[in-house]
Design a protein around this ligand. Structure first.
Ligand code: C2E
Ligand code: MG
Ligand code: MG
Ligand code: MG
Length: 275
């Protein structure tokens, strides 16, 4: 279970699948069934303030427990859902579900939801977010939308317009896995990104690699200069926690601090916190 949702497992799984295109096709069909039968659920991973250690919010992460194969890594089934178009209803469901869960928590806690680039082709993203907020009654200020650089690379006027609308509503736009893609600094200002998440791959090596350390320093000082919130993801060791805090990350997320848990576990943790 320890490496149950690590990137390594996802890679092995993916390689296995790629060796067998028929298997992949079968998994795709299973995903359709899983979706129809409601086999998908959301896990919630806590995100903490770096300095005080106080709980700040949760990231919603999709989970698929396959009846025969066990847990299918999110990277794998999200990619499948993107290929088949299932990501559209799945994305709408994740938004609704996560916003509804957050209304149960104390109101100083936020919820972060990942959106796929596919949701930004057309006006889906905006309508799905609006619908989730309306249905749940969640204050938009408590919602963070996590996008990756691949969404920004769509370069469409639709992406720009949608992100503008989100911001006008008071929703925070978060740039996930920062540093791994084509990180145009221009985007950060132009799209008024509210938060960046330093990719786990840099955090992983921050203790031992001078290069990763330098990249982390560059990212965190950029965040400071532009007054962006900054989350260090994938914190697994005490040393990583200390270094990322010293580097000026405002928030931290990782197995050391809290693993993704069920909605019930998140609710219990949320209610145990004082504002
Ligand atoms: P992400 O958004 O960057 O999410 C962080 C991933 O890192 C999660 O993997 C989380 O479980 C994992 N993680 C957190 N802390 C640690 C740690 O300390 N060590 C390690 N090794 N891993 C840690 P997960 O849940 O497998 O999700 C993988 C990716 O799948 C996500 O990366 C996100 O890109 C995508 N994803 C998950 N749920 C959704 C969803 O509802 N919609 C969309 N579009 N994408 C999703
Ligand atoms: Mg994310
Ligand atoms: Mg990430
Ligand atoms: Mg990721």
């Amino acid at each position: 279970r320890a490496k149950g949702d690590g990137r390594g497992v996802a890679r092995v799984f993916q390689e296995e699948m790629e060796r067998n295109a028929r298997e992949l096709r079968a998994l795709e069909l299973d995903l359709q069934t899983a979706w129809k039968d409601g086999q998908l659920h959301l896990a919630y991973q806590p995100i903490f303030e770096a300095e005080s250690g106080a709980l700040a919010g949760f990231e919603a992460l999709a989970r698929w427990h396959h009846p025969q194969r066990g847990m299918v890594p999110a990277d794998v089934f999200i990619a499948l859902a993107e290929e088949t178009g299932l990501i559209l209803p799945l994305g709408a469901w994740a938004l609704k579900e996560a916003c509804r869960a957050a209304t149960q928590w104390p109101s100083h806690l936020f919820v972060a939801v990942n959106l796929s680039p596919i949701q930004f082709r057309g006006a889906q993203a905006f309508h799905q977010v609006r619908a989730a907020l309306d249905a749940s009654g969640l204050a938009p200020e408590r919602l963070e939308i996590e996008i990756t650089e691949s969404t920004l690379l769509l370069e469409g006027p639709m992406v720009r317009a949608t992100l503008d609308q989100f911001r006008e509503e008071g929703i925070t736009i978060t740039l996930d896995d920062f540093g791994t893609g084509y990180s145009s600094l221009r985007y950060l200002k132009m799209l008024r990104i509210g938060r960046i998440k330093v990719d786990r791959s840099f955090v992983e090596e921050v203790e031992h690699s001078a290069q990763s350390r330098a990249i982390v320093e560059a990212i965190t000082s950029l965040a400071r200069t532009l007054s962006l919130r900054c989350t260090g993801e994938g914190i697994e060791t005490e040393a990583q926690r200390r270094i990322m805090t010293e580097q000026g990350c405002s928030h931290l997320q990782g197995y050391l601090l809290g693993r993704p848990g069920t909605a019930e576990e998140a609710l219990r943790l949320a209610r145990a916190t004082v504002a």
